[in-house]
Design a protein around this ligand. Structure first.
Ligand SMILES: [Fe+2]
Ligand SMILES: [Fe+2]
Length: 167
């Protein structure tokens, strides 16, 4: 792969767009079965994305100038995990699913915007293209590992007490 293809920032931005697309598909699904299948896919992808940021990306870009943005991002992750945990216990055909899902979708979009407007521009100044490419490779490896363990969405259930630590 070229440097650009594994640039950590480019990889994360592409995953944000993919997630937004998937969340729109969940919202518009016409049958309960389709909604459930799409939501489970979205929950797994969102979990893998968030956890790889917490375990690989955020520690790698943690500096004095990024710290405030990272701490805010971790709190937003916590909120997303709590919503995911709740939603995983509700059948998507139930009325209660809709309102909470809408909040998840809005919060995910807001979080993507924050990362892309504040954190990622700082990261582009902090790391050169080669460093971003090697970080992106590490992230993709971590994501593949998380996905391979099966049903990664299940792990958020144990991570709703407090935000992940910033290392
Ligand atoms: Fe994030
Ligand atoms: Fe992200």
């Amino acid at each position: 792969m070229t440097n650009k293809e594994t640039d950590a920032v480019e990889v994360l931005i592409a995953q944000h767009r993919e997630m937004e697309h998937l969340l729109a598909l969940v919202r518009n699904a016409e049958t309960g079965v389709a909604k459930k299948a799409l939501f489970i896919k979205a929950a797994d992808l969102l979990t893998v994305h968030i956890k790889s940021e917490e375990e690989v990306f955020y520690p790698a870009v943690h500096q004095a100038r990024t710290e405030d943005d990272l701490l805010e991002a971790l709190e937003e992750h916590l909120s997303l995990k709590r919503l995911l945990k709740d939603l995983l216990d509700i059948d998507p055909v139930e009325k209660a699913f809709e309102a909470k899902f809408k909040v998840l979708k809005e919060q995910a979009e807001h979080h993507h915007h924050e990362e892309e407007q504040h954190l990622f521009p700082a990261v582009r100044k902090l790391l050169d293209a080669d460093q971003r490419a090697s970080l992106g490779s590490d992230m993709l490896t971590a994501q593949a590992d998380l996905a391979q363990r099966g049903a990664p969405r299940g792990t958020v259930k144990n991570e709703t007490a407090s935000a992940a630590p910033l290392e």
